[in-house]
Design a protein. Structure first.
Length: 142
């Protein structure tokens, strides 16, 4: 196990990176299974695949912020080829980058209490109306 003091020093000098939802499964099996089975965001990249025909590369990249994990952030989604484990909107979209939490198993390194503001990063009224989708606030399937 890595010494907690080392992890705290690491956290101060750099931001934790995204590790992908599979890294959560070992300790959070029930939540992971429920998320993978019921949450549409666990398969969110499929939406991009479905609508990408006729879109420009820039328009497709505009989808990544909400349909992948950590796009545009340190250690986040880059491409399906480079970061396939982050291609869907996973656990870390809501709970934040999991690197330090996974390394230490310390709950202080992950966001536990979510608010409506966390959901509204992606679920804004304009998008909800455009896609005729009524979001289930806090409906992450766990």
């Amino acid at each position: 196990m890595i010494h907690p003091g080392h992890i705290q020093a690491e956290a101060k000098k750099s931001r934790p990176v995204y590790v992908g939802s599979d890294a959560c499964q070992k300790c959070h099996e029930k939540e992971y299974d429920s998320f993978m089975k019921y949450a549409k965001k666990s398969k969110s990249y499929e939406s991009i695949e479905r609508v990408k025909k006729g879109l420009t590369a820039e328009e497709i990249r505009g989808c990544y912020a909400c349909h992948t994990t950590g796009y545009g952030k340190p250690g986040g989604f880059v491409s399906v080829e480079k970061t396939p484990h982050l291609k869907n909107a996973g656990c870390e979209v809501c709970h934040g980058p999991g690197e330090l939490h996974v390394k230490t198993m310390n709950p202080q390194y992950i966001k536990r209490r979510l608010s409506i503001e966390d959901c509204e990063v992606c679920h804004i009224e304009e998008r909800v109306r455009a896609f005729r989708y009524k979001p289930l606030i806090h409906g992450g399937a766990h």
